[in-house]
Design a protein around this ligand. Sequence first.
Ligand code: PMP
Ligand code: GLU
Length: 399
Amino acid sequence: MKDKVTDISLAERVSRIKPSATLAIDAKAKKIQAQGGDIINLGVGEPDFDTPDSIKAAAVKAIKDGHTKYTAVSGVPELKKAICNKYMRDNQLEYEAKNIIASNGAKQAIYNLIQVLINPNDEVIIPSPYWVSYPDIVALAEGHTVTIKTTLEKHYKITAEQLSNAINDKTKLLILNSPSNPTGMSYTKEELQALGEVLRENPHVYILSDDIYEHIVWSPNNYCNILNVCPELKERTILINGVSKAYAMTGWRIGYAAGSETIIKAMNKIQSQSTSSPNSIAQYAAIEALNGDQQCIKDMVKKFKARHDFVLQGLEKISGIQYTANHGTFYTFPDCSDLIQSHKAFNNDIELAEFLLSKAGIAIVPGSAFGAPGCIRISYATNMEKLEDALKRMKTLLG
Ligand code: PMP
Ligand code: GLU
């Protein structure tokens, strides 16, 4: 593959993927802001809250204590212990240090896992709408993404029947993300049980459970992990999590995975030949996040819930937008198909996103990036003042 501008010859895998749409929109919004533009950034999914002071203090202490060197590739023993304790405390799941790897964000943990499991032409089932990076990470491993489409009416969740129909001999992995980015929906115990039954009948299918939003929930059912209802899937389920969302620590880059020793060892091998250990100082900050007072999460979730309600009230006033109340996260994923049909200024969700950015200074992510054209993702990880302003601007522009 030749770069058209520089004539430099790049590997074919570069053309197989696209840049992360969420990060690209964030970069665009920040660039306009830096040039003095009046932008309200509802694009990227990143808590606007500051990292709690106790966590920052642990990082300062780590520096003073000299924890500034390479660590074991999979993380320091204290961090793995904190992760095991977290699984016992929050999820009633038992893991040992050998079942844990810490990585540079959950994103690297997901990347490592896909590298470890997926051979060329293996199929990976991803319910859509999906988080933007899953299909591209699969493509880098030369796997095939098989999407299962979900709808707003069905609360963007797959059924056991849909899962069963999507599985064949080539299926290697199912990715579950509950609560979901971008939809904000989470699976109930009963729904997970039904999916688990299908998975039980298909022992060749592994499960990636991306639990990064597990704490940001307010649904009456609360959070449930597939392993809580189907413990027999434990050997072939890999849990992915991290401190980015729950503790407002996106920049610290600590994520982790829990799973069978064989898989974790293989992920460690990949990590040892790519990035080595995650940042030593951030690891100590993550230990404090996981071991310390968890009240900070409750405080943030309360605010996210209030913003969620406020955003939905605002969307209610704009015609042609359909939405459903979330179970958690800090995204809402309205269907704008009717709005798009009735407006001449834009023909699809990508043009709608561009229209909102250029005419109202509002950055959102088009649903196409998540495999759901016609929808948009609004991140409400932004203060109420800005949300109020954004919704006013949207109402004025869209009617
Ligand atoms: N999974 C999902 C569903 C996400 O939204 C994100 C957010 N970036 C990640 C994984 C990765 O998070 P991080 O790398 O910041 O830990
Ligand atoms: N997960 C966040 C989002 O979807 C952060 C950006 C990214 O890693 O893609 O906006």
